[in-house]
Design a protein around this ligand. Structure first.
Ligand code: FHN
Length: 445
């Protein structure tokens, strides 16, 4: 039985890595290095899943896809989508307070309901819901006023559009190869909407989704990429354009070994659902969110943390608390996070680490309420100073076991007083005399 389980697990891992590997194979990384720099330095983004699915508090789009609700009943939620309390200035301020440097809002999910006044059809919150206003423009404006990059999530697939092959309103589905003219009609619609987003909102980042239903050739992914870059050469594109994206987007599943992609971003919910669902009270604690965020950054990635506004636009108080507490922690410890690099290889320290870009500063993140004598192995660099971020207290350290005739460095023990611990995760800042050198050997004689 165990053998069988192992085989299944290995197959799953192989498929996933193939999936990811395939997703990032076509854009030469050195060609996008400079425009990716802000993204690499940003570390934290806020994802916003806002849509009609918040009215009943059900799964976004998937609820009708999986027949948990009929398509007509799902679409009736349009009538309850008021956005009456949707306050872009407040939302941008909350995002700013979290420490995030970019935000990504669902401009259109798989259900095909656009949050802007698209001219391509009438299925949008301006023409078809009591909201009756563009929800994207004011948010992008408020984000940019706060010096936060504005990203557009856009579902390539559209389960409402009558010319989309996976159309779900009725059984009128088709295969692209059998009705190429019909697929072309959908592509005119798709490219028309992307053109509107590009020209009217000039997103700093496109977060495509739903690319899995068609190949790069069928999506004409290269021309989508070319036309967006033609309008804005500095915009960046996530890795869900069938291989023509700029970075990888692992979702909900936390990497254990460090992903091999140059740029990657873990997207994650604050409870178990992307959109607002009143019954979902499985909130992650601020500590859990901070430790996941630190883990992603220490592994060289970003975290895109999701919130799901209610139908009227109110942000659930639990998510306000998470973003606020995360922001306070970032205020105290952001020096170890923003503009930094992923940390040193595993084995030197029992926890996440990050480095300054010149690698003269090493940051150690202490799990839970670790205090007392903390150990660091294989540091072959002289330490100038050690302090706790957030309260600046200087810490003594002791080198143990350094043998005079051996080149192997001794162990560093740092004494961390319990009284100076952070509310959530304590961070030690080690200032080194020179760029870091590490001993990676298997020990002496
Ligand atoms: O199907 C969507 C899902 O509803 C949600 O939007 C997530 C967020 O990344 N993306 C897709 C699932 O991978």
């Amino acid at each position: 039985m165990v053998q069988k389980y192992k085989l299944v697990l290995l197959t799953l891992i192989a498929t996933c890595s193939l999936l990811f590997a395939n997703a990032q194979t076509k854009v030469p990384q050195d060609s996008i290095q400079s425009k990716m720099q802000w993204f690499a330095d940003a570390k934290l983004g806020i994802f916003i899943h806002y849509g009609i699915y918040a009215v009943n508090g059900i799964n976004e789009s998937w609820s009708f896809h999986n027949k948990e609700i009929s398509y007509p009943d799902y679409m009736k939620q349009l009538n309850g989508f008021t956005a009456s309390n949707y306050e872009p200035a407040y939302l941008a301020g909350l995002i700013k307070a979290s420490g995030a440097r970019y935000a990504v809002i669902t401009t259109k999910h798989h259900d095909g309901v656009a949050l802007w006044p698209t001219k391509q059809n009438k299925l949008n919150v301006v023409d078809a819901s009591p909201a009756k206003r563009d929800l994207i423009a004011p948010l992008f404006e408020a984000l940019r006023k706060n010096n936060i990059k504005a990203g557009a999530y856009y579902s390539l697939l559209d389960w409402s559009h009558p010319d989309y092959p996976g159309f779900l309103k009725d059984s009128a589905r088709y295969k692209v190869k059998e009705q190429p003219e019909r697929w072309k009609k959908f592509q005119v619609f798709l490219n028309g909407q992307l053109n509107e987003l590009s020209k009217n909102y000039r997103p700093d980042l496109y977060w495509f989704d739903g690319d899995w239903e068609h190949s790069a050739e069928e999506w004409n992914a290269t021309s989508i990429r070319e036309s967006l870059l033609k309008d804005n050469p500095n915009t960046i594109i996530n890795g869900r354009l069938q291989g023509y994206g700029d970075y990888e987007t692992p979702e909900q599943n936390f990497p254990v070994s460090r992903p091999s992609f140059k740029w990657w971003e873990l997207c994650m919910t604050t409870n178990n659902n992307w959109g607002y669902q009143q019954k979902d009270t499985a909130w992650k604690t601020p500590y859990e969110v901070i430790s996941i965020f630190v883990d992603a950054v220490a592994n060289g990635g970003n975290l895109l943390l999701d919130i799901g506004p209610k139908a009227d636009g109110t942000i659930p108080k639990e998510q306000v608390n998470i973003l606020t507490e995360l922001g306070k922690w970032n205020q105290r410890n952001g020096d170890a996070i923003f503009d930094r690099l992923g940390g040193i290889p595993q084995g030197h320290f029992y926890g996440p680490t990050t480095l300054s870009k010149d690698s003269t500063t090493l940051y150690l993140f202490l799990q839970a309420k670790t205090s007392g004598s903390v150990m660091l192995k294989g540091l072959d660099s002289k330490i100038k100073s050690i302090e706790i971020l957030g309260n600046g207290s200087k810490l003594p350290h002791k080198i143990v076991g350094k043998i005079s005739w051996s080149t192997v460095p001794g162990l560093v023990y740092i004494n961390v007083p319990e009284k100076n611990l952070d509310t959530y995760m304590t961070v030690l800042k080690l200032q080194l005399e020179k760029p870091i050198k590490l001993y990676r050997g298997k020990g002496g004689l």
